[in-house]
Design a protein around this ligand. Structure first.
Ligand SMILES: Nc1ncnc2c1ncn2[C@@H]1O[C@H](COP(=O)(O)OP(=O)(O)OP(=O)(O)O)[C@@H](O)[C@H]1O
Ligand SMILES: [Mg+2]
Length: 213
């Protein structure tokens, strides 16, 4: 019988440790010996109580924070900084208050020199995906917290990264009966998401699950 080699893991974390130095208590061990693998197209949730290190872990995978020990590899290559291949939506989502919603969504493409017409198309496409097509010309201050987070998700999608890293996307509700994780899953399974995509949303375990589980 023909043997087929198993697909190599997309993301590999090996014995990741993170120590912070705090003014109040000296050294704080935020992560100890965290190891796991994520395959292409996998949707992974990191769940745990507030302060257990979920965001810290996500920042390390994103390359925004350096681990104190252990390693993170993507496709066999050590993560040593941020990359456009790894899109990130932060817990305190970082959209620009002075840019309208549509202009926020296409910030990445604009920085890459994408034409105005194409930016308009991308903004419409991703705002529709997150249910904000009617708010393209609003400013962030005119939106709710969950709507702002959906803008941040659309902004990440418009950069077309291979990996989506989202910190607590449950807080963005796409409709009265769908939670943020449904938004995240919808984004991952959208026609724009290829099988190479891997999602790592985090969620505090103290949060009430939405109707989608
Ligand atoms: N920059 C920092 N300096 C010092 N300690 C930090 C820093 N960032 C986080 N910590 C500490 O590391 C631990 C993990 O924090 P982290 O933000 O990763 O938790 P979390 O699981 O994302 O929590 P939450 O669910 O509340 O967002 C906490 O004890 C926190 O106080
Ligand atoms: Mg957090």
């Amino acid at each position: 019988m023909e043997e087929r080699a198993a697909a190599p893991p997309h993301i590999v974390l090996s014995h990741v440790t993170k120590r912070y130095t705090t003014a109040q208590r000296g050294e704080l061990l935020a992560l100890r010996d965290v190891s796991f693998e994520a395959g292409r197209g996998e949707f992974i949730s990191i769940v745990g109580p507030s302060g257990c290190g979920k965001s810290t872990l996500l920042y390390i995978v994103a390359g925004l924070l350096e681990a104190s020990g252990g390693s993170v590899e993507v496709d066999g290559k050590a993560v040593d900084g941020p990359s456009p291949e790894r899109g990130v939506v932060l817990q305190n989502f970082s959209i620009f208050p002075w840019r309208r919603v549509a202009d926020n969504v296409v910030y990445g493409p604009q920085m890459r020199g994408v034409s105005k017409a194409e930016r308009r198309r991308l903004a419409h496409k991703y705002l529709e995906l997150v249910g904000l097509e009617d708010f393209a010309d609003y400013y962030p201050r005119e939106l709710s917290g969950g709507m702002k987070q959906r803008v941040a998700i659309a902004q990440m999608l418009a950069c077309n990264p291979g990996i989506f890293l989202m910190d607590e996307p449950r807080s963005c509700r796409i409709s009265s009966c769908a939670s943020g994780s449904a938004t995240a899953r919808r984004c991952c399974s959208s026609p724009t998401a290829s099988t190479r995509r891997c999602c790592c949303p985090t969620a505090s375990s103290s949060w009430e699950p939405g109707p989608d589980g």
